[in-house]
Design a protein around this ligand. Structure first.
Ligand code: DC
Length: 222
């Protein structure tokens, strides 16, 4: 079994960019599992499947083929062979991903796919249920977090740079809603694995976080 690293944490903790940087530093791949749920959400939107209809969403998930490849610019997410990586970050797809990720049938299919990928190659896998469900035996599990206020502040600054009009209060309220959904869903809710290392980034810079996690991984690799 290759040495895999599990990384979980709430929305806005900086998981994706931190995971990218740490994986690069260690010379291993970064598997972004959120992109896979986003691709399922996109497929349902395209097919006009009602997102509240668990049976219909689960049936549609069984008909599509999700795959990932790793190119020069990181992960490429494929939906029935089409590269949909550039279509996954819209608000509409975020909402759809969050809706389909609640369903046990969808989760089962994605977890199986993620486990098969991690069996083949050493990877840093980021998501919500990686330490608790996908890779419970991973030798290093990170729970990356920060206060809701700090996560909202970072997200708000990003949106401001893109010319967004949302107020800080809107961003914080949205983040609290998504935390609530991720942490309280019936199937595999977000929570730290009992043997995970919590990294609270509230008062840490990006580079400090990357150095810290890379050092933990290097210590584990011996
Ligand atoms: O990390 P992200 O925002 O790209 O994730 C998109 C959605 O998928 C989000 O609602 C959380 C969900 N998700 C999940 O339930 N389990 C994972 N392993 C990864 C993401």
């Amino acid at each position: 079994m290759p040495l895999n690293i599990a990384m979980d944490g709430p929305v806005g903790a900086g998981k994706s960019s931190i995971a990218d940087a740490v994986a690069n530093r260690l010379g291993i791949l970064h598997l972004d599992t959120g992109a896979m749920y986003r691709a399922v959400g996109l497929a349902c939107l395209r097919a006009g499947v009602r997102l509240e209809d668990e049976a219909a969403v689960t049936a549609h998930c069984g008909k599509i083929h999700i795959a990932v490849a790793h190119g020069e610019n990181g992960q490429i997410t494929l939906l029935d062979g089409e590269d949909v990586s550039g279509l996954l970050r819209t608000e509409e797809v975020s909402m759809a991903a969050s809706a389909v990720a609640k369903y046990a049938g969808v989760r089962q299919a994605m977890v199986a796919l993620q486990q098969a990928l991690a069996r083949e190659t050493a990877m840093l896998v980021d998501g919500r249920d990686i330490g608790t469900r996908v890779l419970p035996d991973a030798p290093l599990k990170i729970y990356l977090t920060a206060t809701a206020e700090e996560r909202a502040r970072r997200r708000w600054l990003q949106l401001q740079e893109k010319g967004g009009k949302d107020t800080y209060e809107d961003v914080l309220a949205d983040l609290n809603r998504r935390d609530e959904q991720d942490m309280n869903r019936a199937v595999d809710p977000l929570r730290p694995a009992p043997d995970s290392v919590t990294v609270d980034t509230t008062h840490m810079s990006f580079d400090e976080v990357v150095d810290h996690i890379a050092a933990l991984a290097e210590a584990m690799r011996g």
